[in-house]
Design a protein around this ligand. Structure first.
Ligand code: BTN
Length: 280
């Protein structure tokens, strides 16, 4: 809003709630993430745009949109992305073997949960990287990689957060499972500030990962995990497994105890938390 005051010209007292790159960059303390921002008022999916440009842009480039018409979720699902959310994709180029790519996804979940916690909300992470508040999903992460057999060319880290979204307008099947920061706090947040904090947190953890490896990040993931200790149902492309989630290994795979001490390692799949004993 522009306000006029007699003889003093015009002063900017507030700006509309947009994620303008200029505003984001104005208070940004990062060196890599968000130095280059491609902004869209609306696009099909920031992951699609990021993938198209990944080969030709610097690491840390971000594609961000006010809304997505074809937002993509994990396991081929749709991701509802109306205005008021935070929908973006970061292009990273880590020197990693493709096998270790899931560690970056877990790292992103830790970054989001930490930033949400800074608003006083008890965010937790459901394996692999849904961020929950009071048991309901408020953030999803979709990682796509471009790789050779033994090296990663790029990772697209697609992050969607229901910041100021009214989840009551979501279709019936996801409405009860979702929440937003606005709903949990009772008021909307400043999304520019949120994005700045998240870029900083992502960069801090990414640098830590490069210096010290995955172990300190995994410790943080475990401390914020909603899944460890739960009975879960895992659906993979080929099977459904029930068991108790007893841990996560150094590659980010979930370790399940499926009965009589038998352990299963799950690298990818859908995870549902169950009541103790169900399905066993
Ligand atoms: C999930 O299914 O939990 C993952 C959802 C990921 C959504 C984000 S929003 C920004 C980026 N662009 C997309 O199309 N998807 C990701």
């Amino acid at each position: 809003m522009i306000k006029s005051s007699t003889n003093l010209g015009y002063s900017l007292v507030s700006s509309p709630d947009t994620l303008s790159p200029a505003e984001i960059k104005a208070g940004l303390k990062t060196k890599v993430i968000g130095k280059n921002i491609q902004y869209f008022k609306e696009t099909e999916s920031t992951n699609i745009i990021a993938r198209e440009m990944a080969g030709s842009v610097q690491e840390g480039t971000v594609v961000i949109a006010e809304s997505q018409t074809g937002g993509r979720g994990r396991l081929g699902r749709k991701w509802i992305s109306p205005q008021g959310g935070v929908w973006f994709s970061v292009i990273l180029k880590p020197k990693l073997q493709p096998l270790h790519a899931p560690t970056i996804t877990l790292l992103a979940g830790v970054a989001v949960a930490k930033v949400i916690r800074s608003y006083g909300l008890a965010a937790k992470i459901k394996w692999p990287n849904d961020v929950l508040i009071n048991g309901k999903k408020t953030c999803g992460i979709l990682t796509e990689i471009g790789a050779e057999m033994d090296s990663i060319n790029y990772i697209i880290l697609g992050i969607g957060i229901d910041a100021n979204v009214d989840t009551e307008t979501f279709p019936y099947d996801v409405r009860d499972l979702s929440t937003s920061l606005k709903k949990e706090l009772g008021h909307g947040i400043n999304r520019v500030e949120f994005v700045q904090k998240l870029f900083s947190e992502l960069e801090d953890l990414y640098l830590k990962f490069q210096k010290e490896g995955f172990s300190p990040i995994l410790d943080e993931w475990r401390n914020m995990s909603a899944t460890i200790g739960e009975w879960v149902k895992i659906t993979t492309q080929t099977k459904t497994i029930y068991g108790e989630a007893i841990g996560v290994d150094s590659e980010g795979a979930l370790i399940l105890e499926t009965g009589e001490g038998k352990l299963e390692k799950i690298v990818a799949g859908n995870c549902e938390h169950l009541r103790r004993g169900y399905g066993t």
